[in-house]
Design a protein around this ligand. Sequence first.
Ligand SMILES: [Zn+2]
Ligand SMILES: [Zn+2]
Length: 377
Amino acid sequence: MCELETSDVERGRPPAVQRRRLLQGAGGALAAAGLLGTGFAAPASAAPSRPANGAAAELILLGTQAGPPVEPDRMGISTALVVDGATYLIDCGRGATTQYLRAGLRFDDLKAVFLTHLHADHVADYYNIFLMAGGLPNSRDDVITTPVQVYGPGPAGALPAKFGGGQAPTVNPGNPTPGTYELTQSCHDAYAYSTNVFLRDSGIADIRTLVDVREIRLPDVGADPLGQRAPAMNPFPVMEDDRVRVSAVLVPHGPVFPSFAFRFETAYGSVTFSGDTTYTSNLETLARGSDLLVHEAVNVQGATLSPAFRSHLLQSHVEVQNVGAIAQRSDVPRLILSHIGDQAVRPINTARWRRWAQQGYDGRVHIGNDLDRIPLT
Ligand SMILES: [Zn+2]
Ligand SMILES: [Zn+2]
């Protein structure tokens, strides 16, 4: 584990400056774009109030691995944002359910789940959380008892052509691009026998009442699953409660549609999650002025890749050597790398990665490891 300490610059930042940074963020962009609708109040009044009880906000990197291959040193991508004791999960990769507990979090504090996109490495443990932690209480008397909101992509609507040409098989051709809602319903159906037995034998909660899926509605910016998947756009509102205000943009992630980056505003500061993305100005627009940027990265230097595959990979991801410049342009003082993939060396050399990520960046870089805890301010 690694505790990041608040820098002198951060610690010494006067409240007025903190406030200004909040207002300069995604909310400000939203207001400028006229995208603030009902239910998503103007930033001047919508910043969640900071309680006087000393509670705080932190990030916990539950898993930091890029991609589905099972590796022993890193769990699948998943991050917990804890605000005043309430937990928000961003992606649910392999092992997220166990890591959640290892981090000392309680399932009955889980408020909402945000899925950046529906690649398996981001959703492998999504249904598991409800299946395993929504039934019988564990030894800590912890179980999900109230509905958890799930914000994720709707159906893509179309499949891309096969990389390299030719034909690929199609699973479930009658409905080959289910979104978050149908994914969840299908899991309910697939686990019906186990759930029905437990409902009769142990009196567990009906899992269907614990998952409250809300597919993210796209603004009308001309996005197309087979064309411009992430056209230039302003951030748009996704969710707001008494602790967080969440906005999003579309990001380009190879053939995947939709793929989101999220920004969370809290009373303690703001954090932007890149999701899986190659370079895009949309991410910089969203992240501008955040206190923290959690960004994905890959390394291809020293790797034996065909030019075609290398190009293919970099249409979906950002090279670690370029991520610092993104943070610099976004005016973000702290950069956290998670969703880490090195095509040449394993396990990754964090010292080398830190040097790479620092290129062109004046702020502080942290190369994420599983269960790292990072105070928001
Ligand atoms: Zn991924
Ligand atoms: Zn992905």
